[in-house]
Design a protein around this ligand. Structure first.
Ligand code: MG
Length: 315
């Protein structure tokens, strides 16, 4: 459905910017620099697990938006938001959301420039983030020979959701590590700015690594081969996978809202990157995304949250 809605609008909205639609953010050239703009909406009923505090909700709406700036290699300039609020909504709850937005604004050094509010059927926070970059990191610029890399680790957000929805009995330590990523993910703003100088392409992991890899391969017209043994999966995710008799690699590839950066970079630029990351595969000539697993190379399925939807409690 989401795809159909987007296609309907794209049919009518002619591309008029300096960059084709379809990247993490849009951009227009001003002088010698790019002004990068992105928007992302959070709706309480569909985007907010009950365990999230209002402060975490406020923080997350900023993270979702600045993460797209990071994926483009941009430095944050400003954040704007519109708030839809149901009638008689608890003002104290809104105050806690405001606190979360303020905390994120300080954390990412991104000032709030403007805001608006109106009555709505559900709590909706629609954010916009502006940034600037000298060189843009695009999804469409991966080159054969590049190494495929990822920041941080992957899988904790989905593993955390499973712990929550399935009421899994896990050690407090495990729950804490997983919930940290599920409830308070952080965007890789500093990393994005370093990568804007050295990487060829980048995308942030919002819909799951497997979907993002397919987007880069398709938009760059290349083949990507990932080595399953190199995927940075933490012990806590392996523990949850074992309890549920699931494949931890599938969890890692499907886990969304990780906000890690997936990037491709020429090998001779690797030593210029001053932060931790993991090389997980390489870009080749050809098409499609492949997974090297136990000595075999097979097509990587497109996995996502819906792949695991039977884990959601029946409404
Ligand atoms: Mg994105």
């Amino acid at each position: 459905m989401e795809r159909k809605i987007i296609e309907t609008f794209i049919r009518h909205l002619k591309f008029q910017g300096d960059l084709p639609l379809g990247d993490d953010a849009g951009a227009i050239k001003i002088g010698g620099e790019w002004l990068v703009a992105t928007n992302d909406m959070l709706v309480r009923a569909t985007d907010v697990p009950d365990i999230m505090t209002p402060e975490q909700v406020g923080f997350k709406v900023v993270t979702m938006n600045v993460s797209d700036l990071a994926a483009m290699g941009a430095k944050p300039l400003g954040f704007l938001f519109s708030l839809g609020v149901p009638q008689d909504f608890d003002l104290k709850h809104l105050e806690r959301i405001a606190r979360g937005i303020a905390r994120a604004s300080a954390f990412y050094s991104i000032p709030v420039l403007s805001a608006d509010t109106n009555e709505a059927c559900d709590l909706i926070i629609d954010g916009i983030a502006l940034g600037k970059a000298e060189r843009l990191l695009l999804r469409s610029n991966a080159k054969p020979g590049d190494l495929v890399c990822v920041t941080g680790d992957i899988g904790r957000a989905l593993a955390g959701l499973k712990v929550y929805f399935e009421n899994l009995e896990v050690e407090t330590r495990v729950r804490k590590v997983l919930y940290e990523k599920l409830l308070e993910p952080k965007a890789r703003i500093k990393e994005g700015q370093v990568l804007s100088r050295y990487a060829n392409s980048s995308i942030d992991i919002s819909d799951g690594m497997s979907k993002e890899l397919h987007l880069i391969a398709e938009m760059s017209n290349v083949k990507i081969v990932i080595d399953s043994e190199r995927l940075p999966i933490r012990r806590e995710v392996l523990e949850v996978a074992e309890i549920l008799a699931l494949d931890p690699i599938e969890i890692a590839l499907a886990s969304g809202e990780e906000f890690e950066l997936l990037f491709t970079i020429p090998e001779n630029h690797l030593d210029k990157i001053g932060f931790d990351f993991t090389v997980i595969g390489k870009v080749e000539r050809g098409k499609g995304v492949y997974l090297k697993h136990k000595g075999k190379v097979e097509k990587m399925p497109i996995l996502g949250w819906e792949h695991f939807q039977h884990f959601q409690p029946k409404a």
